[in-house]
Design a binder for this molecule. Sequence first.
Ligand SMILES: Nc1ncnc2c1ncn2[C@@H]1O[C@H](COP(=O)(O)OP(=O)(O)O)[C@@H](O)[C@H]1O
Ligand SMILES: [Mg+2]
Length: 415
Amino acid sequence: MNKIAIDLPTPRVFKPLLYPSRYKAAHGGRGSGKSHFFAEAAVEHALMNPGSRGVCIREVQKDLSQSAKLLIEDKIQSMGVSEHFRCLHDRIETPGGGLIVFKGMQDYNADSIKSLEGFDWAWVEEAHTLTSRSLELLRPTIRKPGSELWFSWNPRSVEDPVDNFFRSSVLPPDAVVVQANYSDNPFFPDELESERKHDEAANPERYAHIWLGHYEPMAVGAIWRRQMFNDRYKDCPTLKRIVVAIDPAVSAEDGSNEHGIIVAGLGEDGRGYVLEDGTTKGGPTDWANRACVLFDKWAADAVVAERNQGGDMVKHTLRTVRPHLPVVEVHATRGKHVRAEPIASLYALGRVSHVGMFEKLETQMCQMTAAGYEGNGSPDRVDALVWGLTELFPDLTAHKAKPRAMPQVSRKWVV
Ligand SMILES: Nc1ncnc2c1ncn2[C@@H]1O[C@H](COP(=O)(O)OP(=O)(O)O)[C@@H](O)[C@H]1O
Ligand SMILES: [Mg+2]
């Protein structure tokens, strides 16, 4: 076989990760080249170790487009080694009968994870979202002699399991941990540079987290904590009620305001499930259309909308798009954070799970404090969430939903 010689320009910051070690970890801000580095490492590993098997892992992977598959395929191309690989729909065949697969930890249980036991490496992308359950499942599974566990993430909180594992005072044995930022990336593209400059000017509170890899600013007295989202679901159980809740922004002339739109359901198990964040920008027709699309997609029971500021406008806009849409109008008599508190306590009691990952919503939630919202702009996503869950858990609030005098036809769904 011909020898392949590939020159791979590599940011110096990643050099310590080039020697074999049990754990390889890279944390830091956006655009530091972490994903590119590990994608190249995956291709290199496959070339150097024919027949080896690797898995790219995320906590939640709804479909392959969220995985590192495309990036690895691009690397195979740009490294000029396509003839040695076969990119299939859900996996990549590598030299010598090896394999790279793409998985979400949520799809595994203690039994099924055993299918990864013979693997040579696992790379956890966006590892800040990894739950402690997942970390504990993964570590003993990747156990082949010489096998490696790779992690890349942007730190959010010292309490995130991956951070605690790699950045507390006791390091796991044979672990190399590097910090990388955009300034360490010689390939940092102009497009990202203008994004970065914009955030620096417009979003100073979050800049250090997004771009410099600092922990997320913690709102003092926040009523939600990241850990409350740890009990994530990939699919929801049978739901007895589903609502689409909207919090339209009032002045959207310039189309820049976000209209919070959240889909939530009440399970037959009595728990709440957040199903989708459909928040959108644009004018009234845009949010009304989005609400209808989600209403159909989830076969929802009602659209919940606040009538406070818009008066009849909200209902009217919805009915213009869909004349017979079942709309439940809600009315804010108390401040945002006061309305949010009973919902936050549902989370604290472990009665609500997110089906998937809703980064923007979850970030807003963690900036909601007993004294008000500490994030930028207005917490439209949280507002919509609170309306939706309040409708699904009417007993929570002092003002119970008025009984609606409507004939109730109940249907049994048959497949
Ligand atoms: N090895 C590389 N070769 C070519 N371009 C790279 C490389 N590493 C990083 N880049 C460029 O830098 C950008 C940010 O890198 P990325 O790996 O996505 O960063 P991170 O995962 O740290 O956010 C990429 O979109 C790409 O344009
Ligand atoms: Mg990345």
